[in-house]
Ligand binder design. Sequence first.
Ligand code: PGA
Length: 254
Amino acid sequence: MRKIIIAGNWKLNKTIKEAVELVNGLKQDLAQAKEVDVVVCPVYTSLADVRNVVAGTNIGLGAQDLYWEDAGAFTGEVSGLMLKDAGVQYVIIGHSERRQFFGETDATVNKKIKAALNHGLIPIVCVGEVLAERESNKTFEVIKTQVTGAFAGYTADEMKKIIIAYEPVWAIGTGKTATGDQAQEVHKFIRDLLKKLYDEGTAQTVRIQYGGSVKPENTRELMSQPDIDGALVGGASLKRDQFVALVQNANVKK
Ligand code: PGA
């Protein structure tokens, strides 16, 4: 049984004060939410303060990116070594916004995964097709390229430590969610691909989150799908009441 994992991707939002206020609220409301793994991913500047709030609770801490070298002349970057040092446990890699605005490719995603694993961070690796690709029936082809590129050279034992987030780009921040069936179809495709690339045990172990306009209202339908094991949540993770309701709704028995 794969445990549901809900991660809030705060993107470029919230000052330290706002971040601490939100996470204090989540801590109060979600102290009992043990059936679901909960993670928050603030901006780098809030990581240390948020860590101090979530330390010793069931809320995990994630970063939104990392660089693959530990240290050196790489102005503006933050490494896995430094994230680990800051108390981070998870790291989002290859989010579509990084692919779209910051030149992220399957090759850089592949290197970043290695850096994360080397430092004991759990990578949340994002894949997903854009609207034009879906409309021209290229979804599976795109996902296959992204998955095989991201995980090229990784062993089954490494793969088991990784979380995948399927985020159709057309559903991110648009209010358009994939239906449960649409998402399930791609999640199953990814799991079958993992079975081909690795083995049945690995395919059944890897958790695959869905992302793209997940809200409290559609969480139950999505999480009820057999191959959907959680959500990566943007907009709805920024508001205490919405994120709490979403986490509560995610606790579905399969
Ligand atoms: P959204 O973002 O929930 O605001 O659509 C999801 C994501 O980009 O991870």
